[in-house]
Design a binder for this molecule. Structure first.
Ligand code: PLP
Length: 394
């Protein structure tokens, strides 16, 4: 089996798993309790906070633990909105290819009377910082732009966007769920005010993540209750999950350069191989993308059928976001970069992990080539394309 869907979730590392079970067994106390076992749990929690803060260039008190990336996105955006409306600022700048945790939160705010401007995502899958600058108004309270896209893997010019926001005195949030643990991040150097991350995207457990919020930014809690997380996130902390998240991130960070070098090499081999399939095209810039992301469109086929047949061959991939599978609409990300519906339907995302070998790449290229050819064999769209009834786009 070749697992090539790391953008959907990653397998927990042995280190994360060992940390998790050790904490559950030995440090199972409630961090809010004053006796020994509780205080030890508190220490584990604060150690994890310090580890994570250090890796992204933040201070421990700027890290808030959440249930994952979606919660962190919701809390960051809602907090900025609540701060903004106090001074009559009810405009937010974002982009059309954000994760639904961002887009749906923005929809909710629009229903409350906020205005949202979505800047263009160009056909290379990148946002232009100058267009973000142009979109900022007197009443803008937040810019939220993702660090790396979860479908096409393109890495945005975060530092430049951060600089513009700093200059314009507008809060800047980035959904960095796909980037943390995979590319180096320094929140201070990149002018990031708030950042969301999720453990299960970097070999930690599901159901745990964090929000970095620069000190001085007043967060709004989404969950009322006890005074955990400085009163900004009630509920007894997921100590084992949080410790495992920190262990996973520490490990990914330690191996980041070598993993990225290997993944980049394998990614580029995959891209070169898949370019051999006629009437297909890579989605997003070939270089400015995550080391492990490959995303293609193939004309005349359905991505879903491609996935199922690849699964039969022992290759696990995706047609885009796991959140939209089962949905018949084409990916909002591919539409945002200007793919037409027919083409967007024939998408394939391969998000590879560091265990991948050149042999695996050969296997994948062979299998995709075979399956695409097979599917085109009985596709009515392909027949129309071949007979000239329809024009090729790719
Ligand atoms: C996975 C993902 C999320 C959601 O994270 P969860 O921890 O699953 O809630 C948000 N944004 C991006 C870009 C993601 O890839």
């Amino acid at each position: 089996m070749i697992y090539a869907d790391n953008a959907a979730t990653t397998q927990m590392s042995d280190t994360a798993l060992a940390t998790m079970t050790a904490v559950m067994k030995e440090t199972w106390g409630n961090p809010s309790s004053l006796y020994g076992v509780g205080q030890r749990a508190k220490e584990v929690l604060e150690e994890a906070r310090a580890t994570i803060a250090d890796i992204i260039g933040a201070e421990p008190r700027e890290i808030l633990f959440t249930s994952g990336g979606s919660e962190a996105d919701n809390q960051a955006i809602l907090s900025a909105a609540r701060l903004g409306e106090k001074s009559g600022k009810k405009h937010i700048v974002s982009s059309a290819f954000e994760h639904h945790a961002v887009l749906h939160t923005l929809k909710r705010l629009e229903a409350e009377g906020f205005q949202v401007t979505l800047v263009d995502v160009h056909s290379d899958g990148l946002i232009r910082p100058e267009e973000v600058r142009d979109a900022i108004r007197e009443d803008t309270c937040l810019v939220t732009i993702m660090y790396a896209n979860n479908e096409i893997g393109t890495i945005q010019p975060i530092r430049e966007i951060g600089e513009i926001c700093r200059e314009k005195k507008v809060l800047f949030h980035t959904d960095a769920v796909q980037a943390v643990g995979h590319v180096p991040i320094d929140v201070k150097a990149e002018n990031i005010d708030m950042l969301s991350a999720s453990a299960h995207k970097f070999h930690g457990p599901k159901g745990v993540g964090f929000l970095y919020a620069r000190k001085g930014i007043r967060l709004t809690s989404l969950i009322e209750g006890g005074a955990q997380e400085r009163g900004k996130r009630a509920g007894t902390e997921n100590v084992a999950g949080i410790a495992a998240m920190a262990a996973a991130l520490r490990e990914e960070n330690a191996h980041m350069a070598e993993n990225a070098a290997h993944l980049t090499e394998m990614r580029d081999l995959l891209i070169a191989g898949l370019r051999g399939i006629p009437h297909g095209d890579l989605n997003g810039d070939a270089r400015r993308r995550l080391p492990g992301n490959v995303n293609f469109c193939f004309e005349g086929i359905e991505g879903e059928s491609l996935l199922l047949l690849l699964d039969d061959k022992g290759i696990q991939a995706s047609s885009g976001s796991a959140c939209t599978s089962g949905d018949l609409d084409p990916s909002h990300v591919l539409l945002a970069i200007g793919r037409v519906h027919d083409v967007a339907h024939g998408s394939l995302r391969l998000s590879i992990g560091p265990e991948i070998t050149a042999e695996d790449v050969k296997t994948i290229v062979g299998a995709v080539t075979e399956v695409v050819t097979y599917l085109r064999g009985f596709s009515p769209i392909w027949r129309d394309l071949m007979s000239g009834k329809k024009e090729f786009i790719l």
